[in-house]
Design a binder for this molecule. Structure first.
Ligand code: NAD
Length: 382
């Protein structure tokens, strides 16, 4: 466990490997275990999952020494420095609070929670325990995002004017056959929350605070309660205006970000992760060559992903510094998505300040528009 140094309040760097436990050993947990295996000074000591087949396969693959049917058993059996939560989102809030209660930092998969109210309780529990929370939005990570963010923050690109943030993914009916997917109660939202939020998080990581959003939610094809397509206009505090589209109905999948500033167009087209080849920075005609050359991506490339995000998180934890800046603002993407659902529900612009209203913080559910039904209703009868 982290030690306190002689300097009051400054945690000392740990002298023993950080002991990590993983809760939930389904699909995404494998990305966690593989990424942890690449980091010196970290030991995956335990895993827990009530689904025995997943737990056995996972623990066997990664040589996890201790296995448990649930979180309580895992936390009671041994101290953990960091708890990774890879369970369906409905459990994240209580599991995070339990992890903090046991003295661990928590790395929780997106979406962090089913509502901002739940995320508030998680952040409060972290503050009370003096432990950090990181939400796994791995598209923030990697050398290209860091480079572009530094240039945007420095003002080199001038004022940001407009942006596109399009998540065109494809998820079949089988994907939604998993019981927790596709319902407001268990998944919390549809494609905006579960898929689009990755790109939304990256956009907001790059552009900073948002101020207002207007959205519509649609269900065109999948047999789900939630939306399979959403459209939104998102305004940032800087005045930049973004068009945000999220869908699971796109046969040619693509994740697209485009930011137009006074001095440059910055484009990213990738799918589930990005390296330097996915980014393009085009200077405006008035920008001189040497300035444009100074914007080139650095020679050393770190692709985005769980590996890069965890490398940053653990280099900070191992140095005794708590969660790094890249884990900052864990609530922002959920705030924006909450604003989108509230806007669709209430048919109006929702401002960031509106989210102080407990009625909006409490949940995400929004009525979706059944487009086919609407079109049929409008068509002249034959
Ligand atoms: N960051 C990413 O790119 C990414 C990718 C995929 C999934 N995810 C997120 O990761 C989370 C899990 O998704 P998944 O695809 O791995 O789901 P999954 O259904 O494949 O696996 C979930 C696992 O959690 C276990 N589980 C359920 N309740 C539990 C509990 N109370 N205690 C312990 N284990 C429990 C299940 O038995 C299962 O093994 C979701 O929040 C999802 O949105 C993130």
């Amino acid at each position: 466990m982290p030690q306190q140094s002689a300097a009051a309040g400054v945690p000392a760097a740990p002298t023993a490997p950080l002991r990590v436990g993983i809760l939930g050993t389904g699909g995404v947990a494998h990305l966690h275990a593989r990424a942890l295996g690449l980091i010196d000074g970290v030991e995956l000591v335990a895993a827990a999952d009530p689904t025995e087949s997943n737990l056995a396969a996972f623990s066997g693959t990664y040589g996890v020494p201790s296995r448990f049917p649930g979180l309580d058993e895992m936390l009671a059996a041994q101290p953990l420095d960091v708890l990774h939560i890879c369970t369906p989102p409905g459990g994240h809030a209580a599991q995070t609070a339990a992890g903090f209660g046991a003295g661990a930092h928590v790395v929780v998969e997106k979406p962090a929670a089913l509502s901002l109210a739940q995320l508030d309780t998680m952040l409060d529990a972290g503050r009370a325990a003096e432990r950090g929370l990181a939400v796994v939005f791995q598209q923030r990570s990697g050398s290209a995002a860091a480079h572009v963010k530094a240039l945007l923050d420095s003002g080199a690109f001038g004022r940001t004017l407009s942006a596109l943030c399009h998540t065109h993914w494809h998820r079949t009916a089988e994907y939604f056959a998993v019981p927790w997917r596709g319902t407001w109660a268990t998944e919390g939202g549809g494609t905006t929350l579960s898929h689009g939020s990755h790109q939304i998080d990256l956009l907001a990581y790059l552009l900073g605070e948002w101020s207002a959003v207007h959205a519509t939610m649609w269900r065109l094809e999948r047999d789900v309660e939630t939306e399979d397509l959403s459209h939104a206009s998102l305004v940032f505090a800087s005045g930049a205006v973004a068009s945000v589209v999220s869908t699971v109905l796109a046969p040619r999948e693509s994740s697209l970000l485009r930011i137009d500033t006074e001095n440059a167009t910055i484009e990213l087209e990738h799918l589930y992760g990005h390296g330097h080849a996915h980014w393009r920075i085009t200077p405006a005609p008035h920008v001189d060559e040497s300035t444009a050359a100074s914007w080139r991506l650095p020679a050393h490339e770190v692709p985005s992903g769980h590996d890069a995000l965890f490398a940053d998180i653990y280099s900070s934890l191992l140095a005794g510094h708590g969660m790094p800046d890249i884990a900052g603002n864990p609530a922002r993407a959920l705030e924006i998505v909450t604003g989108m659902y509230a806007s669709a529900r209430e048919g109006r612009w929702v401002a960031r300040e509106d989210l102080a209203d407990p009625a909006l913080r409490g949940g995400l559910a929004a009525p979706v528009i059944e487009a086919r039904a609407a079109v049929h209703a409008a068509a002249p009868s034959t």
